[in-house]
Write a protein that binds this ligand. Structure first.
Ligand SMILES: [Zn+2]
Length: 120
């Protein structure tokens, strides 16, 4: 079972669907990981910057920096969101599942995931 289907009820919340998700995409309309590599990706490109030819992957993911693991407060925290293209989202999730924690860092450079070894 994927995290997505396990927490399906959260993604169905109108607070998420009608407010948080669209508001976040308005604030951050480009993939954050692509932007770090100098690529302006509004969901129409691959993570390498080429045109996304798979129409089913032409969208943007609103991703949680700290995995919410069903925690409603973390899930609905506007500061815990980032925009990713499907490629970067998949890569992120794979790394996360292997390690069990996020390597995202806050503005002070410190890892933000409480499960990161630096915070244990
Ligand atoms: Zn990307």
């Amino acid at each position: 079972m994927t995290a997505r289907s396990e927490y399906h009820h959260l993604y169905n919340l109108s607070a998420w669907r009608r407010r948080l998700r669209p508001q976040h995409l308005e604030r951050e309309p480009l993939c954050r990981a692509c932007l770090r590599r100098g690529i302006l990706n509004d969901g129409s490109l691959t993570s390498a910057g080429a045109e996304q030819t798979n129409a089913r992957r032409r969208f943007l993911v609103v991703d949680h920096l700290i995995p919410h693991r069903g925690d409603r407060a973390l899930f609905l925290d506007p500061g815990n969101l980032q925009t990713l293209c499907p490629d970067d989202h998949d890569q992120n999730k794979q790394r996360l599942e292997t390690r069990g924690f996020s390597q995202e860092r806050g503005s002070d450079g410190w890892p933000i995931d409480p499960l990161h070894p630096a915070n244990q």
